[in-house]
Design a protein around this ligand. Structure first.
Ligand code: ATP
Length: 310
C-alpha cells in the first residue's frame, strides 16, 4: 500500500534520515519509534509530501509522491506534533471546513462528519469552540481533521504526547478504530505508548531503521542476543581484561554505581553467560548480581536495540 525506498534527507551536512526502507499493507497500524532527534518527524513530513527527500522514493498504491503530488496528498491525512487547529471555530464547523479544503463538497463533508465524530469520540464536544477543549480533546480534533477526507494513509506525529493516563487509554481506542478505514503510521518516543496499539513497530535511530517487527519479535531480537546485566566489585579496566577473552561479547551499557560497584549490560550472539561469570570469579572479581535482560522492561529492550546499533 505504501512503499518507501532509500529515503534520505539532509539538512546541510546532517543526514537526518538515511536510506530508510519499509512497506506497509492496507489496514495495518504501524508504530514509528525513536528517541528525540531520531528523524521520525522528518520521515513523516516526507511521507506527507511536506518535506522534499534528498533521495529515495515514496509510493502510495503504486503512485509516486513526486510525480503525483496533488493527487497523492488527497490520499494522506497528517497530524503534526502541534495540531493545526482554528481555535476560535466550533469542532463541527472546523472539520467541515477541513474537508472542503481537501477537495470535498460541503455536503460530502457534512455527510462524513458523524462518522468522524464517532471514531474520534468527539460527541460530547462537537458543538464547542476548540480553544475551550482539554488537551486530549484537542488532539482528537487533530486526528479528526486528518481523516475527514477519507485518506488511505493517516500519519500521526506523537498523538499521545502530553496526554494524561485516562486520555491515553481513550486515544489508544481511537487509534485502533482508525485502521478499519485506513492504514495508520503513528510516531512516539515511548515504546509502551504505542506497543499496545500497533501491529508492527519500526525503530528509528540516528536516521536509520534499526529494527522492524512486532513487540514480541523486538523482544525476541534482544533475547536472541542473550543480553544480561551484572553488578561487579571491580574496575572497568579489570573487567575489560577478562572480557577480552570473549571477542563476540558487547558492552551495551556500563555505569559506576554510587557505592562504587560496576553495573554492566552485556550482550552476545551466543549464550556465554556461565563461562563469563566463571572467568570473572576466577579472576577474583566479586559478582554481586547477574540478571537476565529478558526480564527487564520493554523500554530497556528499546534502549538495547538503539544502543547496539549506535
Ligand atoms: N528544518 C530543519 N533544519 C535543520 N535541522 C533539522 C530540521 N528539522 C530537523 N532537523 C534535525 O534533524 C534531526 C531529526 O529531527 P526530527 O525532528 O526528524 O527528529 P524526531 O525523531 O522527530 O525528534 P523529536 O521527537 O524530538 O521531534 C535532528 O537532529 C534535528 O535537529
Amino acid at each position: 500500500m505504501i512503499e518507501v525506498k532509500g529515503l534520505t534527507r539532509y539538512y546541510g551536512n546532517l543526514a537526518a534520515v538515511r536510506d530508510v526502507e519499509f512497506s506497509i499493507p492496507e489496514h495495518v497500524i504501524v508504530g514509528f519509534l525513536g528517541l528525540n532527534g531520531a528523524g521520525k518527524s522528518t520521515v513523516l513530513k516526507m511521507l506527507a509530501g511536506l518535506v522534499q527527500p534528498s533521495d529515495g522514493s515514496v509510493k502510495l498504491s503504486g503512485e509516486n509522491i513526486e510525480t503525483e503530488s496533488e493527487g497523492f496528498r488527497r490520499h494522506i491525512g497528517y497530524l503534526p506534533e502541534d495540531p493545526p487547529l482554528h481555535k476560535d471555530m466550533r469542532v463541527d464547523e472546523f472539520l467541515i471546513w477541513c474537508g472542503e479544503m481537501r477537495g470535498m463538497s460541503k455536503s460530502d463533508a457534512m455527510a462524513r462528519l458523524p462518522g468522524v465524530i464517532k471514531t474520534c469520540q468527539l460527541e460530547p464536544v462537537k458543538e464547542r469552540v476548540i480553544q475551550e477543549l482539554s488537551h486530549g480533546f484537542k488532539k482528537r480534533v487533530g486526528i479528526a481533521q486528518a481523516i475527514i477526507h477519507k485518506p488511505k494513509l493517516v500519519i500521526l506525529d506523537e498523538p499521545i504526547s502530553g496526554l494524561d493516563p485516562v486520555q491515553i487509554v481513550e486515544m489508544r481506542e481511537v487509534l485502533k478504530s482508525l485502521k478499519t478505514e485506513c492504514t495508520v503510521l503513528v510516531s512516539s518516543h515511548i515504546l509502551s505508548e504505542i506497543s499496545q496499539t500497533c501491529d508492527r513497530i519500526l525503530v528509528l535511530h540516528q536516521g536509520k531503521i534499526v529494527a522492524d517487527g512486532t513487540e514480541v519479535e523486538l523482544r525476541g531480537k534482544m533475547e536472541a542476543n542473550t543480553s544480561f546485566e551484572v553488578i561487579l566489585r571491580a574496575t572497568r579496566e579489570d573487567v575489560d581484561k577478562v572480557l577480552s577473552e570473549f571477542a563476540e561479547l558487547k558492552v551495551i551499557e556500563s555505569q559506576v554505581l554510587e557505592d562504587g560497584l560496576l553495573r554492566m549490560l552485556l550482550g552476545s550472539d551466543q549464550d556465554r553467560r556461565e563461562e563469563v561469570i566463571k572467568a570473572l570469579v576466577t579472576s577474583d572479581i566479586g559478582v554481586r548480581m547477574v540478571k537476565d535482560a529478558a526480564s527487564t522492561e520493554l523500554e530497556s529492550v528499546f534502549l538495547g536495540l538503539t544502543k547496539e546499533a549506535a
